[in-house]
Ligand binder design. Structure first.
Ligand SMILES: C[S@@+](CC[C@H](N)C(=O)[O-])C[C@H]1O[C@@H](n2cnc3c(N)ncnc32)[C@H](O)[C@@H]1O
Ligand SMILES: [Zn+2]
Length: 386
């Protein structure tokens, strides 16, 4: 097989040339997706910050902290964690050909003392063994692996989902089957997807009497990614579940209401325009980011030789600046409803702040903003009628 070496961060891996040239089928086992380098750069920085914060390296050096890349393909993600963060890493893939590449790539980086190959079904491995950090990076949905990953992960769970259609409401029934949640396919569907995934992670962890703290989560391109710190114990699980709830949304005027809780009564008729509203959930209504964690991730990215440093910094900085409440407003949509020209997004944010409301850009979309102002205030500002 024709192979080629590629470097990400300070780690080199050998992959089939066809994988780099996008000639392999997307679900080919020895898959290498160069578009996910950004995701891996952020993973290296976030994992490094987490272990520095959480562990005392004098008592427990990085080489005694376990990380599992449960779906490793070429091994690039887990190898970067072993090489660039120094953690003891298990690189698992159920495909024998992928495992041959992983073996070679461990040797190529001289990491045989801290990295090992495992050729098993991720679910079997994760149900059998505990790891301090579990990373799930499947093709499509992580749903089939969330239970095993929640059982296995002791301190940190990192999850990618590329099945945006079920998460964002484009495939409603698939979302209900996979995530036991109704996703609304409206203008903030990317945030909906991230919150449905986080809600599902929270419920899976709760079964194992674990709570979670969202350290960082983002929706980028065609995927969503979550980094959740784990707090063990039934009380933490109960506290986490209190952050879940429902949203009702009016497709006609963009009015929305969200409420935390499992049995909540929500208005069915839009108080702004009288249209019947749609309900979505159960989903995560808590924080998407921890600002101290994100600032440290930012510093970490800045000092590392990452290929996607600029883009990574941009995502983390926008997450840091984001006013962290559900759900963002799409300025284009609001302006269309009002038949007015869209102002610069900064102007809208400044105007909202001038009136005493919190407001910010959002990492979900460049033409959107978050605010705690009522819809009536937002609309009067956009129509210059405030
Ligand atoms: C999206 S790729 C992983 C990409 C890799 N993490 C990276 O960053 O380049 C998904 C991998 O999961 C493997 N896989 C799929 N289902 C699996 C399962 N149930 N157990 C173990 N590996 C599995 C596939 O063979 C494939 O190599
Ligand atoms: Zn309405």
């Amino acid at each position: 097989m024709d192979t080629r070496k590629i470097t990400e961060g300070t780690t080199e891996v050998e992959v089939p040339s066809a994988a780099i040239e996008d000639k392999l089928p997307v679900n080919s086992p020895v898959f290498y997706n160069s578009h996910m380098e950004l995701n891996r750069d952020i993973t290296v920085a976030a994992t490094s910050v987490f272990v520095k914060d959480y562990f005392d390296f004098e008592e427990r050096p990085p080489s005694e902290i376990d990380y599992v890349d449960a779906m490793a393909a070429s091994g690039i993600r887990g190898l970067r964690i072993a090489n660039e963060v120094g953690l003891r890493t298990t690189l698992n893939d159920w495909d024998a050909e992928a495992c041959d590449f992983i073996e070679q790539n461990i040797k190529l980086n001289g990491l045989s003392d801290i990295a090992e190959t495992s050729c098993r079904n991720a679910n079997t491995l994760l149900h059998e063994k505990r790891f301090n950090i579990v990373d799930l990076d499947p093709f499509g949905s992580p749903a089939p692996y969330l239970d095993a990953a929640s059982r296995s992960a002791v301190n940190l769970l990192e999850v990618t989902a590329t099945d945006t259609a079920p998460l964002c409401g484009a495939h409603l029934n698939s979302g209900i089957r996979k995530y036991a949640a109704v996703a609304l396919n409206n203008e903030y569907h990317s945030e909906m997807g991230l919150r449905i995934l986080l809600g599902s992670i929270a419920r899976h962890l709760a079964r194992h009497e674990k709570g979670m703290e969202t350290l960082l989560s983002h929706a980028t391109r065609h995927y969503v990614r979550a980094y959740v710190g784990i707090k063990s114990g039934a009380k933490n699980a109960d506290r986490t579940l209190k952050e879940l709830g429902y949203v009702t949304h009016c497709d006609n005027c963009s009015y929305r209401e969200w409420k935390k809780g499992y049995s909540v009564f929500m208005e069915k008729t839009c108080p702004e325009c009288g249209t019947e509203m749609k309900s979505g959930g159960l989903l995560w209504l808590g924080k998407l980011h921890d600002s101290i964690f994100c600032s440290k991730v930012m510093e970490e990215i800045e000092k590392r030789p990452f290929g996607k440093k600029k883009k990574a910094c941009k995502i983390i900085q926008t997450c840091l600046d984001e006013f962290d409440i559900p759900f963002f407003y799409d300025q284009h949509r609001l302006c269309k409803q009002l038949s007015v020209a869209a102002p610069r997004i900064e102007k809208t944010i400044d105007d909202l702040r001038d009136k005493g409301y919190a407001a910010s850009r959002t990492h979900f979309s460049g033409m959107s903003f978050k605010t705690d102002a009522p819809l009536s205030v937002i609309k009067s500002i956009l129509s210059n009628m405030y």
